[in-house]
Design a protein around this ligand. Structure first.
Ligand code: 2HA
Ligand code: ZN
Length: 272
């Protein structure tokens, strides 16, 4: 007897996370997408893994993820609705050995597909797994203040990272690896996937100018928290501008003290 999948912690946590993201206003309409690696053991508790509902082409080479299981939000689906209809708005897929097809095991019940940003998600998983075997989650959202800053602030990665580190004492501790920033690229393409994955090798946060942000991490809470912390810094930056500008801030000496106290290594060359 398989257990009821709607009670699985991975479904419950995906529902909570998409709901949280929606409530922050970071995933209007169909904005944003999440993918998370699941183990064969946890999937097997709830599903017969030999019961393939449909085969879905990936349209890029995902062979480095062959054999892995993912839960992925659906293309065109609204985060607002995931909590009330998980099986319509998300799916669980298994990557076939050739890396060109996915076996759909559960979800996308209205005939849907994985997110249009699947190339960026899967290529990011490949990239993060090459440097961190604990990587499991990729979150994309339209975090409001980070997005706004891509219009008003320098898009130099060092400058952008430094201002975020300065706006919240926690930020350097949470993302010592800083933020990567892409040029503007059409979303949903393999091209933006390749570019995102390349940046993800060295930073778990990647900004898509005039669009949003990607975060990667070991579980939903940690990855959500990563995006949330960067967005909080961006929000504080926005408020400082509204309050008349920055009169004082964390010094590079303060940031070094912080790194030492919390045993993190700030991205090389980012502090003076
Ligand atoms: O899936 O956010 O980047 C909707 C998006 C595209
Ligand atoms: Zn988007």
């Amino acid at each position: 007897m398989k257990k009821n999948i709607l009670e699985a912690s991975f479904i419950v946590n995906m529902c909570k996370t998409t709901h949280n993201l929606y409530q922050h206003g970071w995933d209007e309409r169909n904005g944003g997408n999440i993918s998370m690696i699941l183990s064969e053991e946890e999937v097997s508790e709830y599903l017969d893994i030999s019961d393939v509902k449909r085969v879905i082409p990936t349209k890029f080479d995902a062979s480095k993820l062959a054999g892995k299981y993912f839960i992925v939000t659906g293309a065109g689906k609204y985060f607002k609705n995931v909590i009330d209809a998980p099986a319509v708005n998300m799916g669980i897929v298994h990557v076939q050995e050739n890396g060109n097809n996915l076996d759909l095991l559960w979800g996308y019940e209205d005939g849907g597909f994985p997110t249009s940003e699947l190339p960026s998600h899967f290529m990011t998983h490949i990239s993060r797994l090459s440097v961190d075997l604990d990587n499991k989650v990729v979150i994309h959202c339209h975090a409001t203040n980070l997005l706004a800053m891509t219009f008003t602030y320098s898009l130099d990665e060092r400058e952008f990272t430094r201002i975020l580190w300065q706006m919240c004492t926690e930020s350097l501790v949470v993302f010592p690896d800083g933020v990567g920033i892409l040029p503007w690229i059409v979303p949903g393409t393999n091209e933006i996937g390749v570019a995102t994955a390349e940046k993800m090798r060295t930073s778990r946060l990647v900004i898509w100018p005039f669009h949003g942000v990607y975060g990667a991490g070991k579980d939903l809470d940690e990855t959500y928290g990563l995006v949330e912390t960067a967005e909080k810094s961006a929000q504080v930056y926005t408020l400082t501008q509204a309050q008349g500008g920055i009169k004082q801030t964390l010094t590079d000496h303060n940031l070094r003290e912080l790194a030492e106290a919390f045993h993190v290594v700030p991205k090389v060359g980012y502090l003076e």
